[in-house]
Write a protein that binds this ligand. Structure first.
Ligand code: AMP
Ligand code: MG
Length: 414
């Protein structure tokens, strides 16, 4: 049997380095930038008001007090979006709204609430405004370049674009960006027992769950998943569907049909010397039967293919262990999930010679250092419910056959 580590590196070799692609900024969500992004524009680009209020020269109201207010003529009304340059004459004030450009000569904004001004009144009808206190020069002004200076690095290369980063790029006037290309991943399930969810089920049939599950896993990993309709255990049908599906794919993931039984459609179709796929047993539980290699699409282009076992828990754990890290690395994304040491909440048994990935629930308790992880569910690879209830995988080394509660183990947070 091949070790998990060896199979991991063989699968990793199927993936190439990230490729750069230019996409519209809103479409770049979740992808990492390829280059440093420089600000071509200062932000803010011009001095502007941080408040709805009155732009003044601070010296003009330096002596204002509640008992001895200073009244200034209202010389202008400046809404956000005003593009013409305005100068504030000494001894006057201008109405100004949040985000509106500060008139030349003004050096402070007094918020409307601190004046006797009234924005409900039409600007033309407001001839003067009273100030009851002085204002510090610079008050409520957002200076040009105070957020980011022109030429500064706005986002370093490798930044994964989330909502805030997409906001920043847009604010800098950037319409498209070079990011690592998302890989197009086709997910194809096999099994004559499979029925589409939502349709009636006969005795002996089960609902197809791996397809939707692995598609979600690919999407969640940052890939562009395409879920194609499952096929029955028929080599001709499988190869036909595979050829269609592989045409524009960067990676094919199949589920089922790779173990030791009869009717192992994936193995039957792709095994053999010229099949391009190597089927192996990996020393792990769940997920022992594995396969990987290349499948030629209709144009003869070799497409990496990874054939996962059909048991749902095996399928998803195999995805976690073998596919997710290199898939993410090939898209310039951090490959590994966070992992840490935890103490077992109960005793564990593990098959000799197999690395076991147990489903676990990490109990967060600040007083617990390290935290406790409680193994959940039986070892069988059909217990999807417990995988759905887990928030961690517990990694039990191959040589370990039993561990008492309290032992320190490695866990990966799902
Ligand atoms: P196989 O790997 O094809 O031998 O399947 C192993 C087990 O997983 C069997 O119990 C199958 O019925 C089940 N299984 C295979 N494919 C799927 C699937 N797409 N969705 C749910 N269960 C599956
Ligand atoms: Mg099957």
């Amino acid at each position: 049997m091949r070790s998990v580590a060896d199979h991991r590196s063989i699968v990793w070799e199927l993936f190439g380095p990230p490729e750069a692609v230019r996409v519209a900024v809103p479409d770049a969500l979740g992808m990492p930038t390829v280059h440093d992004t420089l600000a071509d524009l200062a932000m803010p680009a011009f001095d502007n008001s941080a408040m709805d209020g009155y732009a003044v020269r601070a010296a003009d109201i330096a002596t204002a007090t509640p008992t001895d207010p200073i009244r200034l003529p209202v010389a202008d009304d400046i809404p956000a979006g005003r593009t013409g340059r305005v100068t504030l004459a000494p001894g006057t004030a201008a109405r100004i709204m949040t985000g509106a450009p500060l008139p030349d000569g003004a050096d402070a904004v007094v918020q409307v609430e601190l004046t006797d001004g009234d924005f409900a009144v039409d600007a033309a009808a407001e001839s003067t405004v009273g100030f009851t206190s002085a204002v510090d020069a610079g008050k409520h002004i957002r200076r040009a370049g105070s957020d980011i200076a022109r030429g500064e690095i706005a986002l370093p290369a490798g930044t994964v674009l989330g909502a805030a980063q997409i906001g920043l790029l847009s604010a800098l006037g950037i319409a498209d960006v070079e990011v690592a290309r998302q890989l197009r991943v086709v997910v194809l399930s096999t099994g004559s027992e499979l029925v589409e969810p939502g349709k009636p089920l006969r005795h002996g049939q089960i609902y197809e769950s791996n397809g939707a599950m692995l598609t979600a896993a690919v999407t969640e990993a940052g890939g562009r998943a395409r879920h194609v309709h499952f096929v029955a255990d028929n080599v001709t049908d499988f190869l036909e569907r595979l050829d269609e599906a592989s045409a524009d794919a960067d990676l094919i993931i199949t589920s089922g049909g790779v173990s030791a039984g009869a009717y192992e459609v994936v193995k039957d179709a792709l095994g053999g010397t010229d099949g391009g796929v190597e089927f192996v047993k990996v020393a792990m539980q769940p997920g022992m039967p594995q396969g990987c290699g290349h499948h030629r699409d209709p144009t003869g282009r070799p497409v990496p293919i990874i054939t996962l076992p059909g048991n749902p828990v095996s399928s998803l754990v195999s995805f976690e262990v073998f596919i997710r890290p290199p898939l993410r690395a090939a898209m310039g994304l951090p490959a590994h999930r966070p992992g840490f040491s935890a103490r077992l909440g109960s005793d564990v048994r593990s098959p000799e010679g197999k690395r076991q990935f147990l489903r676990g629930v990490v109990v967060h308790d600040a007083s617990d250092v390290p935290p406790v992880v409680e193994p959940i569910g039986p070892p069988g690879s059909h217990h999807l419910r417990y995988l759905a209830g887990a928030n961690a995988l517990i990694d039990i080394p191959a040589e370990v056959t039993s561990l008492p509660a309290g032992s320190v183990v490695d866990v990966v947070v799902l």
